[in-house]
Design a protein around this ligand. Structure first.
Ligand code: SF4
Ligand code: SF4
Ligand code: SF4
Length: 503
């Protein structure tokens, strides 16, 4: 019998007539695809199509092709399903993967279009007129009381209960990605870019490395079920805290950081032993009700002088009721993570089959909070494959205050969505702790690219707002009248609160 029934997914082709025999591809590939014997020799079985070697080959003589083997047609037994049976028959284990759900579920964003002003309602030129993207994250009062200062001026009356809000210069933050799942240089890039853009990054569940302390005013510190790295000092360093209940890529299960990624520095930051898998439990063992959640929210606030506390949940079937409970428990924001959200490691079966799209989750949560008269009491952060400024604008029109960007941020740093994050061998130096790979990301270079991405999307959002004839992103929030659906069924339009195009 052959060692494996599974044929390579990709073929590595080298044009040896052009090849310089320099060996750079051997060094660049994190997965050890190449050996070198007078010329590079690829082992196709290991290739993940990350394109690192292609990018760095000085002769441009490498191409990666799909290994398009013909399978007898069977719509029920796709080639992917057959391969997964063979793989599990070999391994006997749960199949792990990285990044987001790649199954061809309907992408609702791609079936929504935005409005534009024509003739009667003039559009606004963002190059000539001010366009406000500044957003405040946190609880807003339903009304405020003001008093005069005796000189014709006004100020807020003391004790009117305005909560701490966090000012964002644009409605974008970086998604939680833990130190351990990504490298320290990735964390530094995110933190530096967050500071430059006036936004926030998020530690994920891996604690806060001391190198990020200078950027702490732009960091959300996460409190997950494993409580890795959580101390009073950690909580007080953050601009806000986030209780992580769930993640879009793996709703209902805990976190898993393979032991290969836990080196000395990661272990010190997480306060766990080196080399052992870091498994965070599926539930928080002190949260079994909204009352328990409320206790933790207020414990965190008490510990930090009432800094904002958010709660992150995966988008699941009754997400609206859950979000309502979270807001009533005192959270300052609800972070909704849709089922296309990325991950450093997740069982593929969970990633691909559990949860709901972020578009639906935003719409039902925003509507529920409005119906209950508590929409002002918390901000909504939407995540789970926000791919462009258009997705951002549509998410905001559906009801989000802010979007969180994870996969796109990694792509800005070179990620090619090869889904090998769980292996710890990322050729681009992102989801790895191997020193020879992590040094590929220079934090200064990374921060510049991330800053460019945020600025580019912000400029595009201003263009979109101008076309819509509004001069502040606040005016777009929950403005579903400015969206139309193309090719969505009646029930989905109803759930989204969006009319079909033409109406
Ligand atoms: S895994 Fe990436 S670097 Fe390695 S051969 Fe394939 S494309 Fe090249
Ligand atoms: S990097 Fe390109 S030129 Fe250099 S050995 Fe590899 S294939 Fe040849
Ligand atoms: S982070 Fe690295 S390993 Fe993960 S998908 Fe991107 S390129 Fe692949």
């Amino acid at each position: 019998m052959p060692a494996s029934l599974i044929q390579p997914e990709f073929k590595v082709k080298i044009d040896y007539d052009k090849c310089h025999k320099c060996g750079r591809c051997v060094q660049q590939c994190g997965w050890g695809v190449y050996s070198f014997n007078e010329r590079p020799i690829p082992d196709d079985t290991k290739c993940r199509a990350c394109h690192r070697c292609v990018t760095y080959c000085p002769a441009h003589c490498i191409t990666i092709q799909k290994n398009d083997l013909a399978f007898r047609d069977n719509p029920h037994w796709t080639p992917a399903l057959r391969k997964s049976v063979w793989r599990q028959a070999e391994s006997g284990g749960v199949m792990l993967t990285g990044m987001g759900n790649d199954r061809p579920y309907l992408n609702v964003f791609d079936h929504l279009v935005l409005d534009a002003c024509q003739v009667t309602n003039p559009s606004i030129d963002p190059l000539r007129e001010p366009m406000e993207l500044r957003t405040y994250l946190g609880r807003k009062p339903d009304s405020v009381e003001v008093e005069t200062d005796g000189n014709g001026g006004f100020h807020l009356k003391e004790g009117t209960g305005v909560s701490n809000n966090i000012q964002l210069e644009t409605p974008i933050i970086f998604s939680p990605m833990s130190y351990g799942s990504v490298s320290l240089n990735v964390h530094k890039s995110l933190a530096m870019a967050a500071e430059r853009c006036g936004i926030l990054m998020n530690t994920g569940e891996g604690g806060l490395h001391a190198d990020l302390f200078p950027y702490q005013d732009h960091v959300i510190v996460q409190v997950a079920s494993g409580r890795f790295g959580v101390t009073p000092e950690y909580l007080n360093r953050g601009a806000a805290m986030e209780i992580k209940i769930g993640q879009g890529a793996k709703p209902g299960i805990g976190g898993h950081l393979p032991g290969e990624k836990i080196n000395r520095e990661v272990s010190e930051t997480r306060m766990i032993p080196t080399g052992t898998d870091a498994i965070s439990p599926a539930p928080h063992h002190d949260i079994y009700s909204i009352e328990d959640l409320r206790q933790l929210i207020y414990s965190l606030k008490e510990a930090t002088g009432y800094k904002p506390v958010g709660v992150k949940i995966a988008a699941v079937h009754n997400v609206a009721a859950i979000a309502s409970g979270i807001v009533r428990a005192g959270a300052d924001y609800v972070y909704l993570d849709g089922f296309r959200g990325g991950t450093g490691a997740a069982p593929q079966i969970i990633r691909d089959h559990i949860g709901i799209p972020i578009e639906i989750a935003i719409a039902v949560v925003d509507q529920r909070l409005r119906d209950e008269g508590i929409r002002n009491q918390a901000s909504i952060i939407a995540a789970g494959s926000i791919r462009s400024s258009a997705d951002m604008a549509k998410a905001i029109a559906l009801g989000a205050d802010v979007v969180a960007v994870g996969s796109a941020a990694l792509m800005a740093l070179g990620c090619h969505l090869c889904q090998g994050c769980h292996t710890g061998s990322c050729s681009w130096g992102l989801t790895t702790q191997k020193a020879e790979l992590t040094r590929r990301v220079d934090p200064e270079w990374g921060a510049e690219r991330l800053t460019n991405l945020v600025h580019a999307w912000s400029h595009e959002l201003q263009e979109i707002l101008g076309a819509l004839g509004v001069n502040a992103v606040e005016s777009l929030r929950g403005s579903r009248e400015r969206l139309r659906a193309i090719g969505l069924d009646e029930q989905t339009c109803k759930i989204l609160g969006v009319k079909p195009a033409g109406l």
